[in-house]
Structure formats: C-alpha cells, structure tokens
Write a protein that binds this ligand. Structure first.
Ligand code: ZN
Length: 250
C-alpha cells in the first residue's frame, strides 16, 4: 500500500480540527499495591447467575457476579510473565508470549487495559503455567490448558484502600500457537469479568470449544461484555477502612 500525501489545501482544516479536539483525559495510573487483604464477609467469590429477559442476544444469564456485584473495573492493569531472553526455553517462551499478546489485543480493542511491568501494579496476572488438575463433582480429575482464578480483595494503592478483583490466569506452555491464543482469549474473558460460559461453540467464552479454535470475539461475546460494563459496580471504589492491626498481606 502506498502512502498518499494530504493535499496542501487541507492543512488549515486539519490544524483547526486538531485545535478543536478535546484534550485526551489521562488514563488512570497503575499503582503498586502496598498491601492487600481479602474483602470481608466473602465466603465464595462468585454467586448464582441472574435471570435475563427473554430475547436477549447474549449470555448474561450465564454470568455469575460476586457477593459484592459484578467483578469489573473501568480500567485494568495487567501483567504478563515475560519470556526468557536466552537459553533453550527462549523460543518456546516467545511463542507463548506472542499468542498471549494476540489474544490480549482483541480485548484491548474493547476495554481500557494497561500492560504493566510490575505484577504488584496489576489486577490481572498472566502466568506461563500448566493449571493443576481439577477434580469434578463425580471425583474424576480433569486436565485443562487454561484457568482463571478470582479473589475479591481490598488493595492499598497509593495510600487508599480500593475494592478490586484479582485474577491469576494460568496458560499452559507447550500448546500449538493457535490453541494457546484461543485459550488465552477465553481465560482473559473471565479475568475481565465474564465469569460464566456461553452455550454456543462459536463464542470465545464457550463452555465446550468447537473443532476450530476461536481467535476473535463473537458478536455475542461483545454484546455480553457491553451489557456487563453498563452494570453498576463497587469494584474500583474506595473500600471502608478496617481498624488498626487488621491482617493485611503484601
Ligand atoms: Zn472458562
């Protein structure tokens, strides 16, 4: 593709448009957590789904909120485990990282997400790690390539306590790049608040993936996300102060 130059006669208009544009508001900073503690009175991080009106073209009725509401933030800070820079693992690490970054780009088109170098500044941490085996209701163990683990925390950032979701996303190394990317797209969806599964294999958040890895967010994924981010949330808001001497861990 060739670059076309802008005709000279357009320059004044472009300058005017530039002057008239509103100043971009600065994105919130990702501050290092000074301390964190479990939010009080949380027995389980997720509760039962809510009913949806008939005719909705999304899967909101399959999402589970926390006891304190929907686990979503207006702005996310995310850390991804870096790849080894040399040695025998470097090539595989880099392939894993490239697949994670491709999946992350899909979510960054829809949500404000800042990638940070300090894990303590992040609410979402993506680790190159095989998830531990999970035991299902019948007692059988089940292996998976990805898992997202949610905690509901109060976090001290910059001296004030804020209610936050904290999500560890474990993505196995050693899968094919497309499979890693599809796994990451799905698990990041949980991390950003889609705590539930769609019943359609064409959705990134499908409970049972289809034969082809889903590498793009479907219209239903987007509709569900749009609905979720219109819901009120206490996350990201100040947490009530605890008495002095209460337990807190870094
Ligand atoms: Zn899932």
């Amino acid at each position: 593709m060739t670059r076309r130059s802008v005709p000279v006669a357009w320059w004044p208009l472009l300058l005017l448009a530039g002057l008239a544009a509103p100043a971009r508001s600065a994105e919130p900073a990702c501050l290092t957590a000074l301390a964190s503690r479990p939010a009080p009175a949380i027995q389980t991080p997720l509760v039962a789904p809510i009913a949806a009106p008939a005719g909705t073209d999304d899967y909101r009725d399959r999402l589970r909120p926390t006891p304190l509401g929907w686990a979503r933030l207006d702005h996310w800070c995310l850390w991804v485990e870096p790849a080894a820079s040399d040695g025998p693992a470097a090539l595989w690490d880099q392939r894993w990282l490239t697949a994670i970054e491709a999946a992350l780009t899909r979510w960054q088109k829809l949500l404000p997400i800042t990638r940070v170098a300090d894990p303590a500044a992040a609410q979402v941490r993506v680790l190159r790690q095989r998830p531990p085996l999970m035991r299902d209701a019948s007692g059988r163990t089940r292996a998976s390539h990805g898992r997202a683990l949610l905690e509901v925390l109060e976090v001290n950032r910059g001296g004030s306590w804020v209610l936050e979701p904290r999500v560890q996303v474990l993505i196995s190394p050693g899968q094919r790049p497309q499979a890693t990317e599809a796994t990451a797209l799905h698990e990041l969806g949980h991390a950003f608040g889609l705590w539930g599964h769609s019943d359609d294999a064409a959705d990134a958040m499908a409970a049972v993936p289809g034969a082809q890895p889903v590498l793009e967010l479907s219209p239903r994924d987007r509709a569900t996300l749009r609905w979720l981010y219109r819901q009120p949330s206490r996350f990201g808001q100040p947490a009530p102060a605890l008495p002095e001497g209460s337990a807190a861990s870094p």
